[in-house]
Ligand binder design. Structure first.
Ligand code: 13P
Length: 255
C-alpha cells in the first residue's frame, strides 16, 4: 500500500551546469519507473535549474534543509514557502550532517517539519545512531528519542506526508551499509513507534534506509518489508548508479 520512495541527496555537490546535465541524464534513465516515487535534492542555488530540467517528469525536487520561520532576519537561510515557490515538493530535514555541523536538535527539526508541511512540502526526516551508540546497545533508544522529538509537532492528519529516513551515522559515506537485517530491525521498530504516535497513519508513512546504498546492496535492502525506499548520497551523483538503485526498489516491490 505504500508507494516506494527513492531520493538522491546530492549534498554539497553539482553546480548549476552539472545539475542540468545530471537531470537530463536522469530524465532518460528513470522514465520507466513510475511505480517508484522519485526525487533529487541539489544545493539551493541549483534548485531552479533542477526544477526546470525535470519539468514534466516523475522526478520531484527536494531542498536539503529549510528554516522554521517563513521569512525574516536569518542570514544564510531559506524558508519552506520559498522552497515551495521555487518548485520543490520535498525537503530533507535533520540529516546527521546538519545535526553534527549545525547543532540541529530534535526540537528544531520538529519545528522545521511542521513549517514544511504548512508550506505544502513533504518532509524527509532523518534519524540514526552513531557507531558508539550502536556498540553501546543504544540504537533503539536513540532512534526512539529522535523520532518522538523530531515529529513532536506533526498533526496526525498530516503524518502520511512525512517520510522517515533511517540513516545510521556509521554507514553514511563509509561504504559500510547496515545489513538488511539491521535495517529491517530498526525500520520495524520505527513503524511500531509511529503506530503509537499517529495510529493508522503510520502504515502510510514511508521509511527510507540511507547509508552507503549502492547498486550491489540495494536489492537486498529494498526487499525488507519495512524498507520503503532509500535516501542515497554518493551513488545518486551518477545517473547509472542511481537508476540501478531505483530499479532494485522497483523489482523488490514487483515480486
Ligand atoms: P551515502 O549514500 O553517500 O552513504 O550518504 C547517505 C546519506 O547521507 C544520504 O542522505
Amino acid at each position: 500500500m505504500r508507494k516506494p520512495f527513492v531520493c538522491g541527496n546530492w549534498k554539497m555537490n553539482k553546480n548549476v551546469g552539472e545539475t542540468r546535465s545530471l537531470c537530463a541524464e536522469l530524465r532518460t534513465a528513470l522514465g520507466a519507473f513510475s511505480q517508484v516515487e522519485l526525487a533529487v535534492a541539489p544545493v539551493f542555488v541549483s534548485l531552479p535549474a533542477a526544477v526546470d530540467a525535470l519539468k514534466g517528469t516523475n522526478i520531484g525536487v527536494a531542498g536539503q534543509d529549510c528554516h522554521a520561520e517563513k521569512e525574516g532576519a536569518y542570514t544564510g537561510n531559506v524558508s519552506a514557502p520559498m522552497l515551495f515557490d521555487a518548485g520543490c515538493r520535498y525537503v530533507i530535514l535533520g540529516h546527521s550532517e546538519r545535526r553534527t555541523y549545525h547543532a540541529e536538535t530534535d526540537a528544531l527539526v520538529a519545528k522545521k517539519a511542521a513549517a514544511a508541511l504548512a508550506a505544502g512540502l513533504n518532509p524527509i526526516v532523518c534519524v540514526g545512531e552513531t557507531l558508539a551508540e550502536r556498540d553501546g546497545g543504544k540504537t533503539l533508544t536513540v532512534v526512539e528519542t529522535q523520532v518522538r522529538g523530531s515529529l513532536a509537532d506533526i498533526p496526525e492528519a498530516l503524518a502520511a506526508r512525512v517520510t522517515l529516513a533511517y540513516e545510521p551515522v556509521w554507514a553514511i559515506g563509509t561504504g559500510r551499509n547496515a545489513t538488511s537485517a539491521q535495517a529491517q530491525e530498526v525500520h520495524a521498530f520505527i513503524r511500531g513507534l509511529l503506530r503509537s504516535m499517529v495510529h493508522g497513519e503510520a502504515d502510510k508513512m514511508r521509511i527510507q534506509y540511507g547509508g552507503s546504498v549502492k547498486p550491489d546492496n540495494a536489492k537486498e535492502l529494498m526487499a525488507q518489508p519495512d524498507v520503503d525506499g532509500a535516501l542515497v548520497g554518493g551513488a545518486s551523483l551518477k545517473a547509472d548508479s542511481f537508476a540501478a538503485i531505483v530499479k532494485a526498489m522497483h523489482e523488490a516491490r514487483a515480486r
